[in-house]
Design a protein around this ligand. Structure first.
Ligand code: PGA
Length: 249
């Protein structure tokens, strides 16, 4: 059985008090205890949020990490640092980082290696631009994102990866992928992984959907055979919505 996962990417939102309030409200809510709930606040609040969610099933993730181990990289945060404050997951390759910070698949491959050497589980994001879909190039784009960043891994390492399919045209736009589009791509991703790593590994990896997923559409998306949960942006900033999404399996 694959893990059901709902991860909330808070992006560059909240201050410390708002972040703590949000984490505490989620903790006190009636969320689905059989699902893995991950909250992903901005860097400065990670340690406080780890403490605020201690002894609960809520896990904490970071939005990014450095591809370097340590040293003279002003402003960067290493995977080892994240591990040392109790972070368990890291988003790698979110489309906003690919677009605004020009992150390449090759750099993302290095970040994934850093995460794995520091016992952090990468949530690797892939997904096409609107023009890729219009040009019917979306499968090719996702295939390249997967093979260039993940296919150097050993089968054992691959087992520990979470994938998030996030069509860029659906992120923050209110336009969600249709159930048909989501299932088609998730199935494609799983089959592509199976070709390289075999069916057992491909069938054990959780593939999350992201892009305007909310309390109103989560049930339909999570019911799809190859969708194992969601990476939630906007709707993760309200505890009631995030918890309702976690109860949508
Ligand atoms: P959204 O963002 O839910 O606000 O569309 C998803 C994401 O960027 O992970």
């Amino acid at each position: 059985m694959r893990k059901k996962i709902v991860a909330g990417n808070w992006k560059m939102n909240t201050d410390l008090n708002q972040a703590l309030d949000l984490a505490r409200e989620i903790r006190l809510s009636n969320y689905d205890k059989s699902a893995t709930l991950i909250i992903i606040p901005p860097f400065p609040f990670l340690y406080s949020i780890v403490e605020a969610t201690n002894n609960s099933v809520i896990q904490v993730g970071a939005q990014n990490c450095s591809k370097n181990k340590n040293g003279a990289f002003t402003g960067e945060v290493s995977a080892e640092m994240l591990n040392s404050v109790g972070v368990k997951y890291v988003i790698v390759g979110h489309s906003e980082r690919r677009t605004y910070f020009k992150e390449t698949n090759q750099e993302l491959a290095e970040k994934i290696k850093e995460c794995l050497s520091n016992k952090l589980i990468p949530i690797y994001c892939c997904g096409e631009l609107l023009e890729d879909r219009t040009n019917e190039n979306h499968f090719e784009v996702v295939k390249t994102q997967l093979s260039e960043a993940l296919f150097h891994l050993s089968p054992d390492q691959m087992k520990g990866i979470i994938i998030a399919y996030e069509p860029v045209w659906a992120i923050g736009t209110g336009v969600t992928a249709s159930p048909e589009q989501a299932q088609e791509m998730h199935q494609y991703i799983r089959q592509f992984i199976a070709k390289k790593f075999g069916d057992t590994i491909a069938n054990s990896i959780s593939i999350l959907y992201g892009g305007s997923c909310n309390a109103a559409n989560a049930k339909e998306l999570f019911a799809l055979p190859d969708v194992d949960g969601g990476l939630i942006g906007g709707a993760s900033l309200k505890a009631v919505d995030f918890v309702a999404i976690s109860n949508s399996f």
